[in-house]
Design a protein around this ligand. Structure first.
Ligand code: BJW
Ligand code: ZN
Length: 246
């Protein structure tokens, strides 16, 4: 890998690095992405399952999908991409992770500042009284879990048509405003408002780097691209940065 003079110069002087990650950062840990053929579970697209009316119509089906995914993420391990992001903290004074993922892998890799835009798959809450239930184990043969109040329990994730957690989104926007270098990693950039964050960063002068195995809706605004797996690009780039900033 070779860094351009411009990127070398940005990385040499940067103080605040922001990472916006999507499902692609966890693909090398064996967690399926959402879009493309790989994203289909049975015959359903994420859009058909990740919304409140699908849950109310068929809570057992939606629970089964989440239980299938929980099983995958509990078995998965952070990969060299997550670990490199954590280790950027050894080189830069400030590193912020903004993730659309619900899989906990940035936390398990040890990153210090993580904004989970779309919730976390290990948390749940009652739709009636809002009581929290963490780490439920749901058996496929069972009916969807219910709260002691009788209400249905749902995963604490953000579905289509739902608002993102307000403070987390505000903090993310603020991070974008002070980013020197902004990485967009493994996201198709089609889901809003997460996909608007790179525009906020760029508007305030951040240098935008995309790492993805293919071009995306965000490619047009990136200053530079690395079209290769994140778990390959990030560790290699970090080693080059260590030399630069010695
Ligand atoms: C690799 C790789 C490797 C593979 N290395 N790369 C403005 C315009 C248009 C629409 C809207 C808009 N504002 C709001 C909307 C509606 C909607 C939306 O955006 N729809 C679009 C799809 C059209 N947004 C919402 O509804 C949001 N809420 C909202 O706006 O509230 C305000 C409001 C309220 C009421 C009424 C109206 C407005 C909420 C969005 C919630 C998204 N939820 C999900 C599910 C989360 C829970 C769960 O996990 O189950 O979030 S959907 C799903 O998509 C998930 C993801 O976080 C999200 C993004 O996907 P991501 O991460 O980009 O994954 P992929 O699969 O798309 O891409 C993977 C990428 O990795 C690919 O590019 C690969 O090439 C790459 N890759 N291997 C590097 N090794
Ligand atoms: Zn309840």
């Amino acid at each position: 890998m070779k860094l351009t003079d411009r990127l070398t110069n940005k990385l040499k002087h940067a103080e605040h690095i922001v990472f916006l990650t999507g499902a692609g950062i966890s693909a090398e840990s064996g967690v399926p992405t959402f879009r493309g053929n790989e994203g289909l579970w049975r015959k359903f697209s994420p859009a058909e399952l990740a919304n409140f009316s699908a849950f109310m119509q068929n809570p057992d089906l939606v629970w089964e999908w989440y239980e299938y995914r929980r099983h995958i993420v509990r078995e998965a391990l952070p990969n060299p991409g997550h670990i490199a992001i954590k280790n950027f903290e050894e080189v830069f004074p400030k590193v912020t992770v903004i993730t659309q993922n619900v899989d906990n892998l940035h936390t398990r890799a040890g990153s210090s500042v993580i904004n989970e835009l779309h919730g976390n798959i290990e948390r749940n809450y009652c739709i009636r009284c809002k009581k929290r239930y963490d780490y439920i184990v749901f058996e496929r043969s069972e009916d969807s879990p219910r709260c002691e109040c009788g209400g249905l329990i749902r995963p604490d994730v953000v579905w289509f048509g739902e608002e993102l957690p307000h403070d987390i989104f505000k903090n993310s926007e603020n991070a974008c405003r002070s980013a020197d270098v902004f990485f967009m990693i493994g996201t198709s950039g089609v889901v809003f408002p997460a996909a608007a964050l790179p525009y906020t960063a760029r508007g305030e002068g951040a240098y935008l780097i995309e790492i993805n195995i293919e071009s995306t809706d965000l490619s047009q605004i990136a200053d530079e691209h690395f079209f290769a797996p994140a778990g390959v690009v990030l560790p290699e780039m970090l080693e080059m940065i260590r030399t630069l900033r010695q």
